[in-house]
Design a protein around this ligand. Structure first.
Ligand SMILES: Nc1ncnc2c1ncn2[C@@H]1O[C@H](COP(=O)(O)OP(=O)(O)OP(=O)(O)O)[C@@H](O)[C@H]1O
Length: 253
């Protein structure tokens, strides 16, 4: 078997020492297409941010030889400020900045590529519109066009199809399949388990602790889904990170 692209070793992620992800281990192969599923507050977004290096492990480690520029990231819609006065084309062009670097110059070629990416996502003619004037689905298409321009080796998508209509979802899932076909590594946080079963060969099921990670049909079993719900009911927002021996640490006063 080929060497893993990303290896996660006994990873604990915490905010102010309250763990959002506990003792997670596993690996991602290059070219894999993986869904991260789990209840609200399970640590899914936190894990994506840690993969990119935005959150440092409280314990354990994430091993890879990638840089921040190798990651394309689509945040949850709620994290994006759409009031920023910027056009659709310039938003897509931002995808190229990561590639050319902060001191590189964005030329005509990049702007043309941005126009092509917009056409690919079905938004030809939208170039000069302000992003604030778009529908949620149109804006999500713009963000996918930006990812196309970014041309990243690893693509991280946080709830990419939430509040998006069926047609847009289908088009964007097709893009994900194309990335996968082209050998990109794609990881998407998803809540719709039917979508996961249909389109994602690998699943990481998490409820702060790992429940299952592997082929989707082996992970999304009734037993695992029951464990997930039981663990979610017991989420303890005041838990402290474990001691190095793996036993629960002191609880916050
Ligand atoms: N910036 C932060 N500061 C403090 N706690 C945070 C922060 N971000 C997330 N958390 C907490 O970490 C835990 C995991 O949150 P996270 O957003 O990773 O979960 P999630 O699985 O992505 O949830 P959802 O499905 O609701 O988006 C939650 O208890 C959350 O309140």
């Amino acid at each position: 078997m080929s060497e893993a692209l990303i290896r996660i070793d006994n990873l604990t992620l915490a905010y102010d020492r309250h763990p959002a992800v506990h003792h997670l281990s596993g690996h991602l192969q290059e070219g894999s297409l993986t869904a991260i599923a789990g209840p609200n507050g399970a640590g899914k977004s936190t894990l994506l941010k840690a993969l990119m290096g935005e959150i440092r492990p409280a314990e354990g480690a994430i091993h890879h030889r990638l840089t921040r520029h190798d990651f394309g990231y689509l945040p949850q819609a709620a994290e994006i400020n759409r009031r920023f006065p910027i056009t659709v084309l310039d938003t897509v062009v931002l995808g190229a900045w990561r590639r050319v670097g902060a001191f590189g110059s964005i030329g005509k070629a990049e702007r043309m590529k941005a126009g092509e990416a917009l056409a690919t996502v079905g938004l030809e003619g939208f170039e000069r519109r302000a992003i604030g004037s778009l529908s949620a689905g149109q804006f999500q298409r713009v963000l996918f066009a930006r990812l196309l321009l970014q041309d990243a080796r690893v693509i991280l998508l946080d709830e990419p199809f939430t509040a998006i209509d069926a047609r847009t979802t289908r088009d964007l899932i097709d893009l994900v399949a194309q990335w996968h076909g082209a050998g990109r590594t794609v990881i998407a946080v998803l809540h719709d388990l039917d979508q996961v079963r249909q389109h994602f060969p690998q699943t990481l099921l998490i409820a702060r602790e790992l429940i299952g990670w592997g082929p989707t049909e082996e992970v999304l079993t009734p037993a695992n889904l029951l464990s997930m719900r039981t663990m979610a009911e017991r989420f303890d927002e005041d838990a402290d990170v474990c001691r190095p021996d793996g036993h629960p640490g002191r609880r916050a006063a």
